[in-house]
Design a binder for this molecule. Structure first.
Ligand SMILES: [Zn+2]
Length: 383
């Protein structure tokens, strides 16, 4: 995790960089920020920066041996502790390390609910138990293997049992070159004894503009819709990603059904369908069209033999592969994209959506049918 991967939070980044450059790294720090603000990835980017062998002014290099191990969360001097759902009293965070790596790498902004769903924990109580505290003490008593510093990142110390006090001594007088980075959401729920021994790094909720820019840049969401999502997300990037995913799911349903009707030349059903599309509102229509363009572009990758590069969730991917294998040809894909782009242009300029979507539907029928006819003709000639 590098600082450049973190959404927003420029002040915190600057502050942390300064502590390293001025050699004022405090050995126990509490990163306090609401869920989805990025406090966990920030703590990790900080640890990676400290450990980097080729530190740049404003970020770790991302390429040295240390960075490469950090990026996979497999550096021997990087330890994680987090709440888990113990099945046995001797379970520790290590028992769940593979699941943790997978969950974090898939989504560094994950919240406890998502982590719980990864672990299939049902209604069990999450906690950081006494066995884990003992293991932390043991791990940190070892000398660093490869780096100057050993780092322990503890996510959600709110879930430390009261036995967490076992850690006080090691937090207060840690072995040399040991860093405790605690990443918490609720100051009130942390053991006071631990709170008083850490230096606070406050991480604010993300601004609406940060979330909007992230959605526009990373997911190509229209700026207007991105702002709506940002507003609903209340500074939580995880919520924003979920809302965006819901949009994408709806668009996938709508778009794949539309394609099926056009390919099947179902004109009467299409008339009803156009009514549905026309009622969605302009922003959603633009989103829908952009999704369609994205989907067909992914089909082009498949048609060009670059299936590995396709970035679609599995259900969508399957439909794209099927559609590309059975129906779509490259020239059709290009023609469809050009129709969708034209439609997007006209929707932005307040075209009547009903007339527009009906017209685009007829164009898609033509594009898909024309080629199908030609394929049939080709196969007759070839016979
Ligand atoms: Zn590096």
């Amino acid at each position: 995790m590098q600082f450049r991967d973190i959404v927003g939070q420029n002040e915190v980044k600057k502050h942390l960089l300064r502590t390293v450059q001025e050699n004022r790294i405090s050995h126990a720090q509490l990163f306090l920020g609401p869920e989805g603000s990025g406090s966990l990835p920030i703590a990790l980017a900080y640890a990676q920066y400290i450990s980097c062998q080729n530190r740049q002014v404003d970020d770790s290099c991302g390429e040295c041996a240390s960075c490469r191990k950090y990026q996979k969360l497999i550096h021997p001097d990087l330890h994680f502790s987090y709440p888990f759902f113990a099945k046995h009293k001797e379970d520790t965070a290590l028992t769940f390390l593979n699941a943790w790596r997978e969950a974090f790498l898939a989504n560094p902004y994950l919240g406890l609910d998502e982590w719980r769903s990864q672990l299939d924990a049902e209604n069990k109580q999450a906690n950081i138990n006494i066995a884990e505290c003992h293991q932390i003490i043991q791990k940190l008593s070892l000398k660093p293997f490869e780096s100057e510093y050993k780092v322990l990142i503890m996510w959600l110390p709110e879930y430390l049992d009261k036995e967490g006090n076992t850690l006080l001594k090691i937090i207060e007088e840690p072995p040399q070159k040991t860093l405790f980075l605690l990443v918490a959401q609720n100051q009130d729920q942390i053991l006071n004894t631990i709170l008083s021994r850490t230096q606070l790094v406050k991480v604010n909720r993300l601004t609406d503009e940060d979330i909007r820019d992230y959605l526009v840049k990373t997911h190509h969401v229209d700026a207007g819709r991105a702002m709506q999502i940002a507003y609903l997300s209340d500074g939580n990037l995880q919520t924003a990603r979920n809302l965006y995913r819901e949009d994408a799911n709806n668009n996938f349903e709508l778009f794949s059904n539309w394609l099926r009707l056009c390919f099947g030349n179902k004109v009467s059903q299409l008339t009803d369908y156009v009514e549905t599309l026309a009622k969605m509102g302009r922003e959603n229509q633009k989103d829908f069209l952009r999704y369609g363009i994205h989907f067909i572009r992914e089909c082009i990758l498949i048609l060009s033999g670059a299936e590995k590069l396709v970035r679609l969730p599995s259900a969508e991917r399957e439909v794209a592969i099927n559609f590309s294998a059975k129906v779509l040809k490259l020239n059709q894909a290009d023609a469809i994209i050009s129709e969708l782009e034209k439609a997007h242009y006209h929707i932005e300029r307040n075209a009547n959506p009903k007339i527009l979507f009906l017209d685009v539907s007829l164009q898609l029928i033509k594009i898909l049918k024309f080629n199908t006819l030609r394929q049939t003709a080709d196969s007759i000639i070839l016979q």
